[in-house]
Write a protein that binds this ligand. Structure first.
Ligand code: SF4
Length: 533
């Protein structure tokens, strides 16, 4: 273990508030591993929630580990921040996985830690390696050979059921422990899979599990905010969206619960960040914002729906110092918004611009996707026209409100109505991105674009099966050329995973999961989408 790494960990700890340091004596040591950098991971509220939940058990000591690019370059193992111990010292490694492209880091972390990469090569001498998070809920297959246990659902109901079994079985035979865990709802262990659907677990009453920043540090993306989860799930049911399927049903926290979290947060930060898939859906949002304003809070929100968009909400956010409002039209044409079931019109989007500019907010960020099913260049033209119209409205207010577009390629996600559909070829996506850039950047609209080539990799992993594990395990270098070389070596047919439309009657790799929506309903939604072409 490098002394430099230990010093870096201690430096980070010295800049944190809220870190839990526990003695290991008699406790189960669990390393909570986020397979991306500290800077990214510490803005992930899910990580904070699991850290708090695990450390609320007196019999557990939970510490955090991250993946840093220099650890990959120097081939260094990750070590946990709190004790600076290596991962191999822990009884359990619990990975929280939110993004497909982090799968490469998962493999690197395991290889560098000295813990055997494949579950089949591990036994009671090694840590129990488990995984959860949105990517695992949707499709655990590509990573399944590397994990002993995969958690399908939210941590709040799963952890209390798992912990007594782990406590009782971690020192015994590994196969007995795995068999016992496999009997729990929401747990998928391929070697002990019963053949019955693995039913996603979710917390019935969020008020029993407050979720807010557990550790404050300025060394993270949202370091100036105290984050509070206001709701979970989303009712809108956009057909491409994983949140809508993997975090059903929509649940709201009570206003009392949110106010007490805000009171706590304001002791540490002036600015509160309200987190949810569509924060404006909270039925008491206006009341909440008014109260937070009276408490002197500065405010920021993760995302608002274009419609309904309340003037009162925008006014309170502006009064609370919100600098950016993020809205997601997703598509430029009405036809394509109907294909994806976005449920908003061009009039709604333009009206939203007016309402935002009226409040003097300094930046509007609009999220669009390209390569959506049935998209043509006319739909791209419509993104251009719509964006120029939005800019025109913002400019008319003369409040200096900037327009930024965030453009990402559509990636079909397991568990959604679009799971059977192909992705658009990167060459076409690149061409459409150029059209957007060439038309909008000279007009003073900033564009942030995701790479079509990496989105294709993401698409392969999102619809991948167990064969992907071989590619992940054999990648020598995480780069597009490294990926292509390994894919070729492993004889993987990329076209099949991302560019072919799958038959709705074929067995899906993730077909053993029950996320809560019947496949027949997903098919119906797909048919309805395709009828809009
Ligand atoms: S509104 Fe947003 S979070 Fe909700 S279903 Fe649509 S894309 Fe998903």
């Amino acid at each position: 273990m490098g002394w430099d790494e230990i010093k870096k960990a201690r430096r980070r700890l010295s800049r944190e508030q809220g870190t839990v340091i526990k003695d290991w004596g008699g406790r189960i040591p669990i390393a909570l591993v986020y397979p991306n950098s500290y800077y990214v991971g510490m803005s992930n509220l899910g990580l904070h929630a699991i850290y708090s939940l695990l450390n609320s058990y007196s019999e557990v000591v939970c510490e955090r580990a991250f993946w840093e690019i220099d650890s990959r370059d120097k081939q260094l193992p990750s070590l946990c921040l709190e004790s600076q111990r290596p991962l191999s010292d822990f009884a359990v490694l619990a990975f929280s996985i939110s993004y497909e492209l982090d799968y490469f880091n998962v493999v690197h972390i395991l290889k560098a830690s000295g813990v055997p990469l494949y579950s089949a090569d591990r036994d009671e001498r090694h840590p129990l390696v488990i995984a959860g998070g949105p990517c695992i809920i949707a499709n655990p297959l590509p990573l399944s050979p590397f994990f002993d246990c995969l958690c399908i659902g939210e941590a709040e109901p799963i952890i209390p059921a798992m912990l007594p079994i782990i406590a009782g079985g971690i020192s015994g035979k590994r196969s007995d422990l795995l068999k016992a865990l496999a009997s729990l709802p929401g747990i998928y262990i391929p070697q002990y899979y019963s053949g019955k659907p693995v039913v996603r677990q979710w917390a019935a009453d969020l008020d029993n599990f407050p979720v807010a920043s557990a550790i404050l540090t300025s060394d993270t993306e949202l370091g100036n905010l105290y984050l509070i989860e206001v709701e979970r799930g989303c009712n809108w049911g956009c057909r491409f969206c994983l949140v809508s399927q993997a975090f059903r049903p929509m649940r709201y926290r009570s206003i009392d619960n949110l106010i007490s979290q805000a009171e706590l947060g304001l002791k540490y930060r002036k600015r509160l960040g309200l987190v949810g898939a569509a924060v404006s859906d909270h039925p008491q949002l206006e009341e909440l914002l008014l109260k937070l304003g009276q408490m002197g809070a500065e405010l920021s929100v993760s995302s608002l729906r274009v419609s309904p968009l309340s003037r009162i909400v925008l006014r309170e956010l502006a009064k609370g110092g919100a600098r950016t409002i993020a809205l997601a039209p997703e598509a430029g044409s009405q036809r394509l918004r109907q294909v994806i079931k976005k449920g908003i019109s061009e009039g709604d989007i333009l009206e939203a611009m007016d309402k935002v500019a009226e409040q003097g907010i300094k930046q509007v960020k609009l999220y669009f996707m390209i390569g959506l099913p049935s998209e043509t260049e006319e739909d791209i033209e419509e993104i251009i026209n719509l964006s120029l119209n939005c800019k025109g409205i913002l400019d008319r207010w003369q409040t200096g409100c900037r327009l930024v577009l965030s453009i990402s390629p559509f990636v079909p996600k397991a568990g959604t109505p679009f799971q059977w559909l192909p992705m658009t070829q990167p060459s076409i996506l690149n061409h459409r991105l150029s059209l957007l850039k060439n038309s909008l950047m000279p007009k003073g609209i900033k564009l942030k674009c995701e790479s079509p080539a990496w989105s294709q990799v993401q698409g392969v992993l999102a619809r991948g099966d167990i064969k992907l594990a071989e590619v992940l395990a054999n990648m020598e270098e995480v780069s597009l050329s490294g990926w292509r070389k390994t894919v070729e070596k492993c004889h993987l047919d990329i076209d099949f995973y991302v560019h072919q439309r799958w038959d709705t009657d074929q067995r899906l790799p993730w077909g053993m999961l029950d996320l809560g929506t019947k496949p027949a309903h997903l098919k119906l939604e797909l048919d309805r989408a395709l009828a809009q072409r």
